[in-house]
Every structure is written in structure tokens, then in C-alpha cells.
Design a protein around this ligand. Sequence first.
Ligand SMILES: C[S@@+](CC[C@H](N)C(=O)[O-])C[C@H]1O[C@@H](n2cnc3c(N)ncnc32)[C@H](O)[C@@H]1O
Length: 301
Amino acid sequence: MLLCSLERCNHDHTVIRALVPKPLRPKFRAAHHYLRHKFLLTKLFGHHASLIPPLVLMHDGPVGFEEFKRNGEEFFRYYTELCDLKPHERMLDVGSGIGRKTFLLTDYLNDEGSYEGLDIVKTGIDWCRERITRKYSRFKFQLIDVYNQHYNPTGRYKASEYRFPFADDSFDFVVLGSVFTHMVTEDMEHYLCEVARVLKTGGRCLASFFLLNQSSVALMRAHKSTVDLNISLGSCWVADARDPEAVTGYKEDFVRALYDKYNLEIKERVHYGAWCGRETFLSYQDLIVASKQPKQNQNSR
Ligand SMILES: C[S@@+](CC[C@H](N)C(=O)[O-])C[C@H]1O[C@@H](n2cnc3c(N)ncnc32)[C@H](O)[C@@H]1O
């Protein structure tokens, strides 16, 4: 149906264009392009259309509107069904990107609920502030000048020393979607420690990883994987030694031990992903949902 309307639109464009005087044609083309874009976005995203960035701003994942929508819908399901996010809760999105996992939350979180986004890429934060915060004031975004060779090579602060700008025990839910897949060991460990600090007891964390275990390593060796993490930097494995943070993975045992260290209990099981060529999977990356345990558990160990 969408295709049909677009074909019709293209046909009308060709007919009308022939009637436009030549000097006005560039302006006509620009106006047509703009209207076509608005039409497509409104068809796909309805009243969220104004929150969707142009393709050139999608620095943080697959470039395409359909993919953007699918990804937003997929993670909205994980937030609400796997992680039990409630409308009145306070959530933190570390590495919020361009808001592809945020736009659907604007209808979900109520006046008691709130959302904080942190990222190191200015264009994404600027877009989210301009489009999301302006319309939904309980959604806030902060640019943090943290170094990452791939995303922010001029960053001032080390991720391994950076303190999230929030008080202890202040969030019900923290998400890191495809962020630990771009961080090296000491940075990742420190961020996990910060997640545990800012979560309330009983609060949940959803984080995605490329986890190295028997099955993913076997699939990588058999060239079935979409990423080839074959360079070891200690506990972190990367695909490109010159640009390590382009993609990083970790031994599953190492990650489990860190969760234990920071008193984050993994809920049920790890939800393994399709990234390495698995036939049974939940999402593309491996997903870990964990909850922060009460302090006495920590002491009784
Ligand atoms: C692959 S994108 C994922 C974006 C978003 N979470 C999503 O799932 O659509 C990774 C994001 O993490 C951000 N990032 C990388 N290192 C970071 C750090 N140390 N602190 C905060 N954000 C970081 C990048 O700027 C980028 O926006």
C-alpha cells in the first residue's frame, strides 16, 4: 500500500514537473523531496514522525527508516516484557544514540516516569534534545565528553574513570543497547560498576554483548558469524586492532563474574543472539537482564 502510494506520487511528480518552468525545477524538486520524505515518515511512524532523524544522522546503527522502526519496536517489547518497565518508573539510557530505542517510550512513560539519555556524540544528543525533549520535557539528554576511539576520539575523560552524573540508587531501569559492544575491558567494567551504583535495589539493567562461549566461538571459527572477534586484548576480543572499539566482545564467564562482583543478579538466563550465526536466538546481540540485589546479599557472600 505504501509502495503503491509512493509510485503514484512519483508518477504525479513526473507529470507535474513537465508543467513547471525550467528555472523553478530545482526548487520544485526540493519541495517534492521534502513532501515525499514527510509522507513516508508519517506513514511509517504516525505521530512520532517528527522524532525520527534523517538518514544522515543515524550514526548509531543500521541506516534506514524501516529498520529504525523495527528496532524501536523490538526493544520496546524487551523493556516492557523482559525487563518489566512500568510507566511510572525512572530510566537511564547509557549510549542513547539518536533515540531509535526512545521514541516509543514517549507514549509509555507517564508524568511520574522519566528518561535520561547519555551519549558522547553531539549530533545525536542535539537531535534528541531538539526533537524529543522539546516536546516531552520528562525526556532529557546529556552530552558527556568521554573518550571512545571509534565514536569520540577527542573525548576528554576516560570511560574507566567517568562518574555518571546521577546520585546513587536513583533509577529503576538502566539500558545499554550496543554500548558494551564498543567498549574495552576497564571502561566496560567501570560502567557496569556505575550502573550498579545508580540503580535502586531491585532495579533492572538490560545490556547487550557479543559473548564468547563454546557455541559462538565454534560458529566464528566456522565463518558463520557476522563479526569476527579474533584479536585478543586480554579479556576483550576485537575485530580490528587499529579501531578496537568498532566492535568488542567478551568471554561469557568473565562477564558473569563481573555481574557477580557488582551484585547484579542475572535474571533467568542469558538471551543469546543471532550475531554469530545461531539458529535459535532472541535478538541480534546477546542480551543480559539483571537486577540489583539488596546489600545484605553482598555481605553474606
Ligand atoms: C551502536 S550505538 C547504539 C545506540 C543506541 N543505544 C541503540 O541501541 O540504538 C552505540 C552508542 O554508544 C555510544 N557510546 C559509545 N561509548 C560510550 C560511552 N563511553 N558513554 C556513553 N555512550 C557511549 C555511541 O556514541 C553510540 O551512540
